[in-house]
Write a protein that binds this ligand. Structure first.
Ligand SMILES: Nc1ncnc2c1ncn2[C@@H]1O[C@H](COP(=O)(O)OP(=O)(O)OP(=O)(O)O)[C@@H](O)[C@H]1O
Length: 217
């Protein structure tokens, strides 16, 4: 489903290109989960941005269900991200002017796949059914992150990418949010890749992959 081959990426530095990723490969099947770990600066966020099509790679391939993300145009990458990828960040990134219901529906509507029954089921499972008309500013951190997960899953993504999704939550709330995310990705058959610094959280995912200086350790 997700196939990553020999990804390379460098950023321009004052003395020439500084390599950040050097030949990173991985594969993730439907319903599988992977914790992406490694020290600060090892390239985790850069890899995640490339997988999401938010940044181009210098070399290598990312394929999601047969579609090539790496060589697609900016517009094609944006469409792939909208239609097939769910993204969850440490900062919940909800749209402040939309209610919880509006946030949940946002990406699915853009993708032309808004399904009120599926959204209602997600809201119920995520404990958001009583909060649908609230604005994000009136939610706790854990509630906001549950909305972000619901919004990402509402589109029924093939791939759910999460960058430190529980990093801004207290450990107990973070555990509950991760439990829900793991349950829902298992049920939807999405592939799930989560960046985390936490060995404890990483151990809860199916596999772990550690980056060190831009390579698979
Ligand atoms: N836009 C950019 N321009 C130049 N260098 C960058 C850019 N983005 C990231 N880097 C550099 O690339 C390296 C990897 O960064 P990245 O954010 O991927 O690491 P990370 O493993 O996610 O770190 P952390 O755990 O601290 O978030 C770092 O040395 C960083 O300074």
């Amino acid at each position: 489903m997700l196939e990553v081959r020999e990804i390379a990426k460098a950023y321009a530095g004052p003395q020439g290109p500084v390599p950040v990723l050097s030949g990173v490969s991985l594969a993730l099947g439907a319903g599988e989960s992977l914790a992406l770990m490694g020290e600060s600066g090892s390239g985790k966020s850069t890899l995640m941005h490339i997988l999401a099509g938010l940044e181009p790679a210098d070399a290598g391939h990312v394929r999601l269900g047969g579609a090539e993300i790496t060589v697609a145009s900016d517009a094609a990458r944006a469409a792939l991200r909208r239609d097939r990828i769910g993204l969850v960040f440490q900062q919940f990134n909800l749209i402040p002017s939309l209610t919880v219901a509006g946030n949940l529906a946002f990406q699915a509507r853009l993708a032309g796949r808004h399904d009120p029954d599926w959204q209602a089921m997600l809201a119920e499972r995520l404990g958001l059914a009583g909060l649908l008309e609230r604005m994000p500013e009136a939610l706790s951190g854990g509630q906001q992150q549950r909305v972000a997960i619901g919004r990402a899953l509402a589109v029924r993504p093939e791939l759910l990418l999460a960058d430190e999704p529980t990093g801004n939550l207290d450990p107990e709330t973070g555990d509950r949010v991760l439990d829900l995310a793991l349950e829902l990705v298992a049920e939807t058959g999405a592939a799930f890749l989560m960046v985390t610094h936490s060995e404890r959280l990483g151990a809860r995912l199916g596999r772990r992959l550690t980056l060190a200086e831009g390579r698979v350790a």
